[in-house]
Design a protein around this ligand. Structure first.
Ligand code: ZN
Length: 224
């Protein structure tokens, strides 16, 4: 049987099936990657395929832009901004955004990342914290141990990346008008100073009012 250019024998398939079972149930592997049964990142059958679809969608979206086939491309199954290189976190297992940005960096000198999810875009910020080739800007609810707890205004990047991480921590209840004023003020400066070749947006809808986790007060129109 041939799959993705690799030829399997029945023996090898059996072995890989067994290995797969072992891997799914391996508590060592789970703890290594911060996976858990009761928390927000359990293992499940099809997890790898799920990650392939989510990450592949964002890499493909980046390639559509690079080919010049579109000015805007969307992956509706992407935006898993909490995943770290070796750590699942906040319902995120593999960071499709980081992979898409790496793709864009093959052709663009500077890529801007803007995150309006109610949670801090910690995984993407961490990936590019030391470089000036990606500027990350995150608007998020902050304080009272709100997940993930990072994203203070003082987190600005380090080394070559100093001042290329921008955080806009928000209090609960911010409405459309205040949000828009903040967003415009910050983003006008960012766009003028950074002049990115490409922009990647994480548009998490949990910053809209009445979200079960977030406590911001944006309307759907305001979010848009
Ligand atoms: Zn979120």
């Amino acid at each position: 049987m041939t799959s993705h250019g690799f030829t399997y024998t029945n023996d090898m398939m059996l072995k890989s099936e067994e290995e797969r079972k072992y891997n799914i149930n391996s508590s060592k592997l789970k703890s290594q990657f911060s996976m858990n049964e009761t928390g927000d990142c359990p293992g499940f059958a099809g997890l790898y395929e799920f990650c392939q679809l989510s990450c592949g969608g964002s890499i493909d979206a980046a390639q559509v832009l690079l080919r010049g086939d579109a000015n805007i491309s969307i992956n509706w199954g992407g935006g898993l901004h909490h995943a770290k290189k070796c750590e699942a976190s906040g319902f995120c297992y593999a960071n499709d955004i980081v992979l898409a940005i790496l793709e864009l960096l093959k052709f663009h000198a500077r890529v801007l990342y803007v995150d309006v999810d109610v949670h801090h875009g910690d995984g993407v910020e961490e990936a590019f914290y030391l470089t000036d080739r990606v500027m990350t800007v995150s608007f998020h609810q902050y304080g009272d141990d709100f997940f993930p707890g990072t994203g203070s205004i003082d987190s600005v990047g380090e080394g070559k990346g100093k001042y290329y991480s921008v955080n806009v921590p928000l209090k609960v209840g911010i409405d459309d008008d205040s949000y828009q004023e903040l967003f415009k003020t910050v983003m006008d400066e960012v766009m003028a100073k950074y002049r990115p070749g490409a922009v990647v947006l994480q548009l998490g809808g949990d910053s809209i009012a009445y979200d079960v986790l977030g406590r911001l007060n944006l309307t759907i129109k305001g979010h848009g």
